[in-house]
Design a protein around this ligand. Structure first.
Ligand SMILES: Cc1cc2nc3c(=O)[nH]c(=O)nc-3n(C[C@H](O)[C@H](O)[C@H](O)COP(=O)(O)OP(=O)(O)OC[C@H]3O[C@@H](n4cnc5c(N)ncnc54)[C@H](O)[C@@H]3O)c2cc1C
Length: 459
């Protein structure tokens, strides 16, 4: 098994030659800090709005080599957050956000087609399943929320039989179908976007870490400076390292293992429809198939980060990979003895509400907090940030995820200690439920703390 930082998707997508780092001073209309999906979609949408705009992207490593090139490739809507949105913003606003997130999922497919980027975009419903009795019905609230918003067809309960008809895992006890969803090869999407922006003359400087960001939109690196009318901060979990953002997000981690091609196993279990599948625990398992007949299987149960640091330690976590492999076999016992060829992981930017957050501080416009659901929503985020950067207001900038009420995490070291304790309780709770036992009262109490505090963990 190759356990690397970058993972298989980037290997499959092929090498790119890094662009030149920034040397000296430069000026631009908009400077974008961070070249993952969010920064790159922002650049794309800026050009859609104003084709002549002069845009500089500064990327600490290589665009798309962070989580954007290494994720599970679930391209989701925000329907899973419908109830939270209703509580925060009311029904009309919640529906508008969910519909805008649908536009994003479709928009990515349309973009791939129009730009001839083969990112393996494939639309198929997402299945949220129960793998223990305690998880059965955990989707009811979302099903009810979709119905209350007048869109009962978007999230539908399905029986154990129907779930197993789509994918015959012995663990699946029922579930819900999220109608609009797609999967992508995430690295092909990120690198395709990077290539198209270079074609459109966006100045991308890689291996260029931003060390200071002024509210006036000025940006400093170790070897230069950019002055611009607007700056966009799109650095994912690294936002926690920028002044003013330290309490806005927490950093968790997620990890993936990938099997060798096993098309005959997929046939045997009837999993040929391309459905993305998540279970219903707090630290979710998520799994999907690939175009060449593999299973990618991930787990959001990795360790927590301290502030924005220790990301390297989060990425390479052999113990987490070992547990993820064990879960893969529990889901699909047919894979015993078959090779797991690759493993990797990366940081997750956890927002207090589970919803992404967009907004402005002076001339800096930010987006973060995707909480493990960024592939689809970063497209929408790019539309929002492009408008904020140009000081244009329309239905996108009026969405309830723009300048939401501020909810903060506690400062370090309390955040790290608290979130690590909660993670441990969640692991104990999940292990007890997997074994058909009731978790202890103390475990249940600690595991329920995020919910009681109004905080939502990945998925
Ligand atoms: C293992 C894993 C699985 C996931 N699975 C899914 C999934 O299936 N579906 C889904 O929707 N989401 C998933 N996610 C989350 C998803 O990948 C992210 O939400 C999404 O990629 C966020 O895009 P981004 O542009 O905000 O961040 P990133 O892709 O992290 O891009 C941010 C960029 O900023 C750069 N940067 C950081 N600091 C600086 C600095 N100081 N100066 C300059 N540049 C800087 C980084 O190098 C990076 O390239 C997963 C994440 C992980 C780690």
């Amino acid at each position: 098994m190759r356990h690397t930082r970058h993972g298989w998707w980037l290997e499959e997508a092929g090498d790119v030659t890094p662009t030149r780092p920034l040397e000296g001073d430069a000026a631009a209309d908009v400077v974008i800090v961070g070249g993952g999906y969010l920064g790159l979609w922002t650049a794309w949408h800026l050009l859609e709005l104003e084709p002549e705009l002069d845009i500089v992207v500064l990327e600490a490593a290589v665009c798309g080599h962070g989580p954007s090139g290494r994720n599970g490739g679930f391209c989701e809507t925000l329907w899973g957050d419908a109830q939270t949105l209703r509580e925060k913003a009311g029904d009309a606003a919640a529906l508008t956000v969910c519909r805008a997130s649908e536009d994003a999922v479709r928009g990515i497919g349309a973009w791939c087609e129009a730009n001839e980027v083969d990112a393996w975009y494939r639309q198929a419903p997402m299945l949220r399943v129960a793998t223990t009795e305690s998880q059965v019905g955990s989707w009811d609230e979302t099903v009810r929320a979709a119905s209350a918003l007048g869109a009962p067809e978007e999230v539908v309960s399905v029986s154990a039989e129907e779930v197993r008809g789509r994918c015959a895992s012995p663990l699946f006890l029922g579930g819900a179908l999220y109608q609009l969803n797609a999967t992508v090869q995430p690295a092909r999407l990120a690198l395709g976007l990077r290539a198209k922006l270079l074609e459109r003359s966006v100045r991308i400087h890689e291996r260029t870490e931003v060390t200071r960001l002024g509210r006036d939109g000025s940006v400093e690196t170790r070897s230069g400076r950019v002055t611009a009318s607007s700056a966009v901060l799109s650095v994912n979990s690294a936002a926690a390292g920028f002044p003013g953002y330290r309490l806005s997000l927490a950093v968790a981690s997620s990890h993936i293992v990938l099997t060798e091609p096993i098309p005959e196993v997929l046939e045997e279990i009837g999993w040929t429809g391309g459905e993305a599948i998540v279970d219903s625990r707090t630290l979710v398992h998520y799994t999907r198939t690939t175009r060449d007949g593999r299973i990618a299987f991930g787990w959001g149960g990795g360790t927590m980060g301290f502030g924005s640091r220790r990301v390297d330690r989060l990425e390479l976590a052999p113990d987490v990979i070992a547990r993820t492999r064990e879960s893969l076999i529990r889901f699909f016992p047919q894979l015993r003895g078959r090779a797991v060829t690759h493993a990797w992981g990366g940081p997750i930017d956890v927002s207090p509400t589970h919803l992404p957050i967009f907004g402005s501080r002076g001339r800096v416009h930010h987006g973060f907090g995707f909480t493990g659901n960024g592939v689809g929503p970063t497209y929408l985020g790019g539309e929002i940030l492009a408008r904020l950067a140009l000081d244009r207001r329309d239905e996108r900038t009026r969405l309830a995820i723009v300048e939401p009420d501020r909810k903060l995490f506690p400062p370090e070291p309390f955040r790290y200690v608290g979130s690590s304790l909660i993670r441990r309780a969640l692991l104990a709770k999940d292990a007890a439920e997997d074994a058909g036992r009731r978790p202890s009262t103390a475990t249940s109490l600690v595991a329920s703390l995020p919910h009681r505090l109004g905080l939502r963990l990945p998925r």
